[in-house]
Design a binder for this molecule. Structure first.
Ligand code: FAD
Length: 516
């Protein structure tokens, strides 16, 4: 048993068992797995259990495709009872399990374990209730984010958190990552929109956290679970908050000579007391990529653009729009365009929302970084990123949620060039250091997963990390829920998370998928 020490004195507590590796590559226990397979086959229909090696490989990675592990078993439960039976079997036999929604995560949170079971929620896609009168919807964990809005909008409501992946990512994945999106500046992250969840504990018990009413007495266990990246159990039927569709939406595209001007305009807008639904920034390189991919017609020659969206009552939007226009001009915007119809609005957003994939047009490989800084630090940090890029010769495109200081630098490289991946990793790590030194964090919304576990000690002391383990172990004393994620394990500790080189993904090699 490890002792932990906090400022309040030594604390004894359970810790997860030592792991052979963060991905379980060397830790399999065939007898335990065989027992789990028997239990799972008895509880689930035959087509819900995948054990064929080729099909298992379909699940070997999430959106962070350079980490790959083939799971020992994949299950696709259709009900909470089936899902709980799987987790119970894992718990009884000490076999790790990993939850997976749509597998779009960008930090390797849904990376399977070679010695474990991958629990996929993609067959749990029922929208049980849409209750505008309560501003609530009750949905299964595998429901696609945008489908909640599709179900609610005929009745005048929508689901506000809008990750750029919203056409494919799941509500369960959003909950586990506390996902953000362009409109989270005004409306808040997922944690502000999840009011309750049926939850399968790592022992396989089904409990209810939170509920239809806005607040529950006692500890905020729902709050602990949101953002826990699958390390405390698996959320099933979830109660989300619906937001009234605004009376008026106005989308403005403003072109600036530099990111300095665009960053200063962002701070000035918020400083003037206006909280737009979204303020997104793209720099020259990101604009070049978006133009190549989507022909979005952003202002030629811009060093940066801002996409600013205002929503609310028509009279309020009108007033705020006049202010935003004035502030942009004060900060030397040389072009502004206002979307006059839904098609133009969609085109402005298409450039921004396709930006990650679009970067594939200007670079064969890239790292999507995710860090957050106080908004006022934006101009200085963007300048430092430009200096890093210039001194290293590694190109960096910036596209991000400027309103809440959530950076997404895209570090470009060509894996075919000797040493290029390592140089890109170095720049990527240095950007995180910049975020920390400016009072920010190593992740704004994509989570820690496996990718950033080794960075956690840069932000937290040993005592902080040990205290977090007490929370994790209170839920999961046997360490079976997504082990090896979020916290540095002895093996990863001090290791710089690197882009793993290796053979291309089998689907890419077969010409059936494109890596971008
Ligand atoms: C092109 C692109 C754009 C993106 N844009 C954004 C963005 O704007 N904002 C943003 O925040 N993210 C963004 N992401 C990241 C990603 O889409 C989000 O993190 C999303 O919430 C993941 O959902 P998922 O269903 O794919 O989850 P997965 O990738 O399947 O899983 C993510 C994590 O959640 C856990 N998990 C999944 N389901 C459950 C469950 N039911 N209970 C408990 N744990 C669970 C997994 O174990 C894993 O740790 C983007 C990704 C891509 C590829």
């Amino acid at each position: 048993m490890h002792g932990t020490e906090t400022t309040a004195g030594p604390v004894e507590g359970p810790v997860p068992p030592e792991e052979t590796s963060a991905t379980g590559e060397a830790g399999s226990n065939p007898e335990a797995m065989a027992a789990v397979v028997r239990a799972v086959e008895a509880a689930l229909p035959p087509d819900s259990v995948v054990s064929d090696h080729i099909r298992l490989r379909t699940y070997e990675c999430d959106g962070l495709a350079h980490y790959r592990v083939t799971p020992a078993l994949v299950v696709l439960p259709e009900t909470t009872e089936q899902l709980a039976a799987v987790v119970r079997a894992c718990s009884e036999h000490g076999v790790p399990f990993v939850a997976r929604g749509s597998g779009t995560g960008l930090s390797g949170g849904a990376l399977p374990r070679a010695d474990g079971v991958l629990v996929v929620t993609s067959r749990m896609r029922t929208i049980h209730e849409v209750r505008p009168e309560d501003q609530r919807a009750v949905v299964d964990p595998g429901v696609i984010n945008l489908d909640v809005t599709h179900a609610a909008s005929p009745r005048g409501y929508y689901y506000a958190p809008d990750p750029s992946s919203q056409q494919i990512c799941s509500i369960g994945g959003n909950l586990a990552e506390n996902s953000g999106g362009a409109h989270c500046l005004k409306y808040g992250f997922t944690t502000n929109h999840v009011l309750g969840a049926e939850f399968v504990t790592p022992q396989g018990d089904v409990v209810q956290l939170g509920g239809m009413a806005p607040d529950s007495p006692g500890y905020d266990l729902l709050g602990a679970v949101v953002g826990s990246e699958g390390t405390l159990g698996i959320a099933t039927r979830t109660i989300v908050k619906l937001t009234r569709l605004p009376q008026e939406v106005r989308t403005v595209l403003a072109g600036f000579a530099s990111t300095d001007d665009a960053g200063a305009a962002t701070s000035a807008i918020i400083g003037a007391g206006i909280v737009p639904a979204a303020i997104e920034m793209m720099d020259a390189l990101a604009i070049e990529a978006a133009e190549a991919a989507t022909k979005c017609d952003y202002p030629a020659g811009a060093g940066a653009v801002l996409v600013i969206e205002l929503d609310g009552a028509a009279v309020e939007v009108e007033h705020e729009f006049a202010e935003v226009e004035r502030i942009c001009q004060e900060h030397h915007a040389f072009a502004t365009r206002v979307a006059t119809d839904p098609a133009e609005r969609a085109l402005i957003w298409k450039g921004r929302k396709s930006a990650f994939a679009a970067v594939g047009r200007i670079s064969p490989d890239y790292i999507v970084q995710d860090g957050v800084i106080p908004r006022t630090a934006l101009p200085g940090v963007l300048r430092s990123i430009a200096e890093l890029s210039e001194s290293s010769g590694v190109r960096v495109a910036n596209v991000f949620h400027a309103g809440d200081g959530n950076l997404h630098p895209l570090v470009l490289f060509d894996d075919a060039v000797e040493g290029a991946a390592e140089a890109a990793e170095e720049v990527s790590g240095a950007i995180l250091d910049l975020c920390i030194s400016h009072g920010g964090s190593i992740t704004g919304e994509h989570g820690v997963g496996i990718d950033k576990a080794a960075y956690m000690p840069k932000m937290f002391s040993d005592e902080d990390l040990d205290t977090m383990q007490l929370v994790r172990c209170a839920f999961d004393p046997d360490g079976v829920a997504n082990p090896g994620k979020v916290f540095p394990t002895p093996r990863l500790c001090g290791e710089v998370p690197g882009r793993k080189k290796g053979a291309p993904h089998p689907l890419v090699a077969a010409g059936k998928a494109e890596a971008f």
